[in-house]
Design a protein around this ligand. Structure first.
Ligand code: TMP
Length: 223
């Protein structure tokens, strides 16, 4: 069944909340997500932790290709693979989870595509961003209700990410690329203030975790 056919049947009865995490490299998403999941569990909330690109068996195969430094593809091919992965992930994982009342905590979603492919790959290229907007409209039937943008200066994030042993195809990009990606997130946060919440990602992981939880509590009034 195409994703579009599922909107009316599934989204209408959805009770789960859809939260995404965004940010440039090394901002601490993984730890922040772990902390949120621990708190959701303590609050008795059923959740599913997932990620993009990936999150379904097929999308994980595409992830491996997308992140492999040996993959040599052009920007449009990259974009289409990201959307193919997202399409599968949304249809087979995200929408069914939301429909059964499970919260979905997703490490990256459409904002990453706009920031990385729309700004990072093609800063000042309105055409790329128009393609992304069109693909989103055609193939992505839902947006997160809350997007937590972990905001950390690019050089700080890169210093943290640089400590990892191997760099994937995206991590191998130059600092200028991530500076453009950062500008993309900034622009998105300004354009969608009702959905995207900026989280100061400086300080200890406990401090960041507390800020994330505050934002989630504020939005969903968890008791
Ligand atoms: P991760 O390292 O946060 O798991 O994300 C994998 C990489 O994929 C990261 O460098 C960002 C990149 N990416 C894009 O370029 N576009 C996208 O749409 C998504 C979801 C990720």
């Amino acid at each position: 069944m195409p994703v579009s056919a599922m909107i009316s049947t599934q989204a209408a009865s959805a009770q789960g909340r859809f939260i995404s995490f965004e940010g440039t490299e090394g901002v601490g998403k993984t730890t922040a997500i772990e902390q949120l999941c621990t708190r959701l569990q303590a609050a008795g909330i059923d959740y599913l932790r997932t990620r993009e690109p990936g999150g379904s068996p097929f999308a994980e195969r595409l992830r491996a290709i997308l992140l492999d430094p040996a993959t040599d593809i052009n920007d449009d091919t990259e974009l289409l693979l990201l959307f193919a992965a997202r399409c599968d992930h949304v249809q087979y994982v995200i929408m069914p989870a939301l429909a059964r009342g499970t919260w979905v905590i997703c490490d990256r979603f459409v904002d990453s595509t706009m920031a990385y492919q729309g700004y990072g790959r093609a800063y000042g290229e309105p055409l790329m961003r128009a393609k992304i907007a069109q693909l989103s409209e055609q193939f992505v039937p839902l947006l997160p209700e809350l997007t937590l943008w972990l905001d950390l200066p690019v050089h700080e994030g890169m210093a943290r990410a640089g400590k990892r042993s191997t760099a994937d195809r995206f991590e191998q990009q130059a600092t200028e690329f991530f500076t453009r990606v950062y500008k993309g997130f900034e622009a998105l946060a300004a354009a969608y203030p009702e959905r995207i919440c900026r989280i100061d990602a400086s300080g200890t992981s406990d401090e960041v975790g507390a800020r994330v939880w505050q934002a989630v509590e504020d939005r969903f009034s968890i008791t």
